[in-house]
Design a protein around this ligand. Structure first.
Ligand code: ARG
Length: 463
């Protein structure tokens, strides 16, 4: 007989049991479900809603049930639908009929919302720590590459040289914003829905704040209907996870490109690459590709959750059981990617000479020639045109700017003097961008300091 079987005259259809059960996946919530129940039962005791002796017995029983679930000893069954009913059933087996007092003043509707929030709170904490580890790896590469000049790109065409360290730091700041978004979301995740009951509250004189304090929540959900019917906090996590995945995926794309023979800018360590079953020479950046690929499923979960919610009338609807698998999978997917990313970046070999050679053999110092003429009084639009002519002439003669003689330069503009040869070297070009946030070495060092301070103040630098 089902725990809710009283008003039924027939057993449920077995296919329906299988179809509606969530225990195969929501068993992941066991720990949080029992944590919530322990707080709830203590509140029932403190508020005098159930006798203290009963509450103590239930609390003891819940601990045993948790141990039995974690050790695999307890049998979780689809017949009992979900983790909440399974725990209650196991509890009653453990302590007898008194276990039936646990659900006083509570519904699975506020209970499941609570479990989701407790799970996400932990998941967000772990994600923030893993992000910090990736940031640290990127910062280490930035520090090791403060003299590594590489082509910077727009439209994937060489544009202006930048320091490889500057490029690494760009991702550090992206991940910093991801962390800030996660932290901010905790304000909304970390509120207790318990006490909302099925939808309208409860007739028992419960103390919602007591439960919230006990579970480390910052407060309680203000409206019982809202508390049991919205999953915006899940959507927010999926959206934040999607952005993290976007950032990771862009870096993955760059790693894949940079590892190709065409770029040949980095070599990923053997321990983070794979071979080919047919082609003996291959070394494939599989991790980077797979992280890029898994971005699709994270986006999918976000769209799936939004779509599930969009037509739901208040308050709880069974549709909302679909909130779980996507959230679990998103967290697991992200956790796997971030955990691999930090050591993959740490062990990445940067081919400084190849990057430098690429900068030498292109026109990414053309802006600097134009800026030089501006410094001599020529309007920028005019200098842009003059340098366009110089570049065209070089292309036609198989030369780069630094291959020209002073005479050749001066044939385009009398304003050009012999100091131009220093102005156009990659190092000078990079260090000339001495503006806050720019690619000059000392500016990149500033960025590293800023990022380290943020990580330090959040207590994340030692990870
Ligand atoms: N397994 C359900 C879920 O995850 C728990 C809440 C069920 N509530 C109900 N009234 N059927 O959404």
């Amino acid at each position: 007989m089902k725990l809710w079987g009283g008003r039924f005259t027939k057993p449920t259809n077995q296919l329906m049991d299988e179809y509606t059960a969530s225990i195969t996946f929501d068993k992941k919530l066991a720990k949080y479900d029992i944590q919530g129940s322990l707080a709830h039962v203590e509140m029932l005791k403190v508020c005098g809603i159930i006798p203290a002796a009963d509450a103590d017995k239930i609390a003891e029983g819940l601990q045993i049930v948790l141990e039995k679930i974690e050790s695999g000893e307890a049998e979780l069954s689809e017949e009992h639908e979900d983790i909440h009913m399974n725990v209650e059933k196991l509890l009653i087996e453990e302590v007898g009929a008194v276990g039936g007092k646990l659900h006083t003043g509570r519904s699975r509707n506020d209970q499941v919302a609570l479990d989701m929030r407790l799970y996400l709170r932990d998941a967000i904490g772990t994600t923030i720590q893993l992000l910090a580890a990736v940031q640290k790896s990127l910062i280490n590469q930035a520090k090791a590459n403060l003299d590594t000049v590489m082509p910077g790109y727009t439209h994937l065409q060489r544009a202006q040289p930048v320091l490889f360290g500057h490029h690494m730091m760009a991702y550090v700041f992206m991940f910093q914003r991801d962390t800030e978004r996660l932290m901010d979301s905790l304000k909304r995740v970390n509120k207790s829905p318990l006490g909302a009951g099925a939808l309208a509250g409860t007739t028992f004189p419960i103390d919602r704040q007591f439960v919230a304090d006990k579970l480390g929540f910052d407060g309680i959900c203000e409206n019982s209907l809202d508390a049991v019917s919205d999953r915006d906090f899940v959507v927010e996590f999926l959206a934040n996870a999607s952005l993290i995945s976007t950032h990771l995926s862009r870096l993955c794309e760059e790693l894949v490109q940079w590892s190709s023979a065409e770029f040949n800018f980095v070599e990923l360590d053997d321990s983070f690459t794979t071979g080919s079953s047919m082609m003996p020479q291959k070394k494939n950046p599989d991790v980077a590709e797979l992280v890029r690929g898994k971005t699709g499923r994270v986006y999918g979960h976000l769209i799936g959750m939004l779509t599930t919610l969009k037509g739901l009338p208040l308050a709880y609807n069974k549709d909302m059981q679909e909130d779980k698998e996507g959230m679990f999978d998103t967290f697991e997917t992200l956790k796997g990617a971030l955990a691999l990313f930090a050591p993959m970046i740490d062990t990445m070999h940067v081919k400084k000479e190849n990057m430098y050679a690429a900068v030498k053999n292109d026109f990414s110092n053309a802006t600097d020639l134009a800026d030089y003429l501006v410094g001599k009084g020529m309007p920028f639009r005019e200098s842009h045109a003059v340098v366009g002519q110089v570049v065209l002439n070089c292309i036609n003669n198989g030369k780069y700017l630094l291959d020209l003689t002073l005479d050749e330069f001066q044939s385009f503009s009398e304003l050009i003097e012999s100091d131009i040869f220093d102005v156009l070297t990659p190092e000078t070009v990079v260090n000339a961008r001495d503006v806050a946030g720019g690619t000059a070495k000392r500016r990149v060092e500033e960025q590293i300091k800023q990022a380290e301070q943020v990580l330090d103040s959040a207590g994340l630098s030692e990870l």
